[in-house]
Design a protein around this ligand. Structure first.
Ligand code: ADP
Length: 514
């Protein structure tokens, strides 16, 4: 059983031995926006919606097969969101502050200009920002009456959503967090893999409220909720949503990567046992930990992914459905040399220009709606290419720097050992678009592989839990899905180079001050 506790809904998915979905249930829950830029959840809504989808799934499972048993429970969750509760009674002491909430943005903005920001980046792999948990906990300690005193006395638990669920679901009332979630708090030193005393002091957060950090595949407790018919089932897999998807996609070796084409795009590349220090403002983060091998990942995001298609549909009225973009794009052979740069909210990695704005360039008289739809889909692929390219440069730099302390010759001989992307694994709503997947493969010059089951986030958590109880072995995680769709690159190298060149020029045109 995988419990996928997301930002807008809680889902429960049951998988069988063949990693096939047996049943899934989903429930949305309320979002609260008490002030402009603020986002909160009620921790009880998070818990109760989770319990209801778990319950409904088990009821349906029993209808199919009265003998069927849930072997293990895995949890994957919205990352960075902060919950605080009373250690004894379990009562939440404040609303959950959601990762999207900008209430601490000003404080974190100041930190960006402070030299200590670089120290934080070195320790945590994260770029100082209000997204991460630290400033949110600090805010609660500052604003909830009595919280700091109780926290210092050891009466308060802080956790991300995984911790909150584990505490409530387990007999043992375990107060723990998995290593991937810990790496998003901005209090966790990813090199020593422990809470960092200096950062706790900096953010003025009492150590007594922090959870124990555990591996992603580990015993967190046994389920205690009798009326769920899950009493005694081990909770033994936990990972943040993006890391869970990386694991669910079987990206366990350095250089393997997955991209999720949702509203935005989330690209994570496994970098093996090396925590790669990015020169392109990508995040360095923990990949899901199984056993004693510790793995890291680079993470980069594109703001406008599938959202570009929503823009075509809802703002321009050019499409009735998102899916229609595929046939329209394929109805023309190219964009007639035009490019859309969808920098509507600035540009993410590797450009990091919040002031950049969108542009449509290179149009000629024959330019029609179909060309615009095609240029829009192509822009998603180009943006993903840019992140992959930046990651590969970071990887090359990290590997050659380590291999060649003595000089350039060492660097050259080790170049062949630099892990590189052989295929890009994909998932998310817009990965359904065959044109987009083919164009991505063409632009990357490498195959794009889309598994049949695109519920890779939930699958990752299920695999982590199933591995712990021996329901699956490690081969089951990496075995190639025979039903996956593979898109092979077909574009001629000269055409690819020309298109990438055009894209680069178009992006340069929107960079602020360029
Ligand atoms: P999220 O989890 O961020 O809400 P999803 O993974 O559900 O996102 O994907 C939804 C996004 O995918 C939307 O932005 C939508 O426009 C886009 N999308 C869905 N189907 C298609 C399609 N066939 N072609 C292109 N984009 C699509």
């Amino acid at each position: 059983m995988a419990l996928d506790q997301g930002t807008t809904s809680s889902r429960c998915i049951l998988f069988d031995e063949n990693k096939k979905i047996v049943w899934s249930e989903q429930e949305e829950f309320p979002q609260h926006f008490p002030k402009a830029g603020w986002v909160e959840h009620d921790p009880m809504d998070i818990l109760h919606s989770s319990l209801r989808v778990m319950h409904a799934s088990v009821v349906r499972l029993r209808e199919f097969d009265p003998e069927a048993q849930v072997r293990a429970i895995g949890i994957t969750n919205q990352r960075e969101t902060v919950v605080v509760w009373d250690r004894e009674s379990g009562k939440p002491l404040a609303p959950a502050i959601v990762w999207q909430c900008r209430r601490t943005a000003d404080a974190m903005e100041a930190l960006k200009a402070d030299p200590y920001g670089e120290v934080i980046r070195q320790k945590t792999g994260l770029i100082p920002d209000a997204y991460f948990s630290a400033s949110k906990i600090a805010w609660l300690l500052e604003h909830v009456p009595g919280l700091r005193g109780e926290a210092q006395a050891g009466n308060v638990c802080f956790g991300t959503v995984d911790s909150w669920l584990v505490y409530n679901l387990s007999n043992e009332k375990t107060h723990a967090m998995d290593v991937t979630n810990a790496s998003r708090t901005m209090l966790f030193n990813i090199h020593t893999r422990s809470w960092d005393p200096e950062l706790l002091e900096y953010f003025n957060i009492p150590a007594a409220m922090l959870p124990e950090v555990k591996k992603s595949s580990d015993l967190y407790g046994t389920c205690r909720i009798a009326d769920l018919m899950l009493n005694g089932v081990p909770i033994c897999g936990v990972a943040g949503d993006q890391q869970s998807a990386l694991f669910g996609q079987g990206c366990l070796a350095a250089g393997q990567a997955k991209n999720t084409y949702g509203t935005g795009c989330f690209l994570l590349m496994n970098t093996g046992e090396k925590a790669v220090d990015s020169q392109h403002r990508l995040l360095t983060t923990m990949a899901a930990q199984v056993g004693d091998t510790v793995q890291y990942a680079l993470e980069g995001s594109v703001f406008m992914g599938g959202a570009c298609v929503q823009w075509l549909r809802d703002s321009l009225g050019l499409l009735k459905t998102a899916a229609e973009s595929e046939t329209l794009a394929e109805s023309v052979p190219d964009t007639l040399g035009a490019y859309l740069v969808p920098a509507f909210t600035g540009l993410g990695a590797p450009y990091w220009d919040p002031y950049a704005r969108g542009a449509l360039v290179g149009m000629t008289r024959g330019f029609r709606k179909e060309h615009l739809v095609r240029a829009t889909l192509e822009s998603i692929a180009y943006q993903v290419y840019d992140v992959v390219h930046a990651m590969e440069q970071d990887l090359r730099q990290a590997w050659t720097a380590d291999a060649a302390p003595a000089g350039a010759s060492g660097a050259q001989s080790s170049a062949a050992d630099v892990p590189g992307l052989t295929t890009l694994k994909v998932d998310g709503g817009a990965s359904a678009n065959r044109f987009l997947m083919q164009f991505e493969a063409d632009i990357l010059g490498r195959p794009v592989v889309r598994p049949e089951c695109i519920e890779t986030t939930a699958l990752g958590a299920a695999l982590l839990a199933g591995l712990y109880v021996g329901f699956w072995d490690s081969e089951a995680v990496t075995v190639q899905d025979a039903t996956a769709d593979t898109f092979l690159p077909k574009m001629e190298e000269s055409v690819r180079a020309e298109k990438l060149n055009g894209w680069k020029e178009a992006v340069q045109g929107v960079i602020h001050g360029a």
